[in-house]
Design a protein around this ligand. Structure first.
Ligand code: NAD
Length: 258
């Protein structure tokens, strides 16, 4: 039977890369996320026709628990199961703690952290029923170390790493694995916005700020790509990874090694 995956936040960036890699590996895929409806429909149709799998899209807002539960129910209705859940949707906002807007704190905690709990809670019973499941949480190097001006993001990502461990322990003998991927810099719209904001603030070019930003934190001055993260997610879903659980896998050019 074809296995089925939900990838949250997969209309852009890392999520799109992981959804593409899972479709290429033969999984039916439910996409999720915001964006231009025509572009989303095209992505959905292209994955289906290129890889001969079923695809669907849920517009569920990851800040809304009821919509998250509905997304999981919709995937089960569409595909018959949810075997893989990739919790990837995320947003960013930067400011010092004493200036950090409360609405941004609430949104980041809800979308980047609480959604992982709500989606996993809804999906785990289906995985237990099938005796097989994979949860892959896209945390961040900021699930392991801090940076200034990212209080909500760092808090949320540390929470995701903690949640990964709890759920791995709870499901260890259910045929289910739960792991976190902790990327360093990946050049996606989320990061392009941060680079452009720095360039605007410092009166520099996008290229100058890219070099400066990579050099500040990451010993390897190279971006990770959504394709590389997709390949790792597919590995975590493979039988070879069936004892890899509760892990936080750094893909960060040695950022967290120093
Ligand atoms: P992105 O902005 O390119 O994509 C974010 C995706 O999430 C989009 O599909 C967007 O529509 C969706 N999304 C945003 N808010 C949502 C909501 N409320 N409900 C449903 N979907 C929503 O970002 P990205 O860089 O691909 O980031 C993806 C994940 O990877 C995030 O969790 C991010 O924290 C994490 N991450 C990114 C980097 C990086 O350098 N880009 C590094 C480490 C971790």
């Amino acid at each position: 039977m074809t296995r089925s995956a939900i990838v949250t936040g997969s209309t852009s960036g890392i999520g799109e890369g992981i959804a593409t890699a899972l479709a290429a590996a033969g999984y039916n895929v439910m996409l999720n996320g915001f964006g231009d409806p025509t572009a989303i429909a095209t992505l959905q149709a292209t994955l289906a026709s290129t890889y001969n799998v079923q695809t669907a899209h849920s517009a569920a807002d990851m800040s809304q628990p009821a919509e998250i539960r509905q997304m999981v129910a919709d995937a089960v209705a569409a595909f018959g199961s949810v075997d893989v859940l990739v919790n990837n949707a995320g947003i960013q906002f930067t400011a010092p703690t004493d200036e950090f807007p409360e609405d941004k704190w609430d949104a980041i905690i809800a979308i980047n952290m609480s959604s992982v709990f709500h989606a996993s809670k809804a999906a785990i019973p289906h995985m237990k029923a099938g005796g097989w499941g994979r949860i892959v949480n896209i945390a961040s190097v900021h699930g392991l170390v801090a940076s200034a001006n990212k209080v909500a993001y760092v808090t949320a990502k540390h929470g995701v790493v903690g949640m990964t461990k709890v759920m791995a322990v709870e499901t260890a003998n259910e045929g289910i694995t739960v792991n976190a991927i902790c990327p360093g810099w990946v050049l996606t719209p989320l990061v392009k916005q941060q680079i452009q904001a720095r360039a605007d603030k410092n009166g520099t070019t996008f290229e100058e700020e890219t070099d400066a930003m990579l050099g500040e934190k990451q010993p390897m001055r190279k971006f990770t790509t959504p394709e590389k993260l997709g390949a790792l997610a597919v590995f975590l879903c493979s039988d070879a990874a069936d004892t890899t659980t509760g892990a936080s896998l750094s893909v960060d050019g040695a950022w967290s090694a120093i």
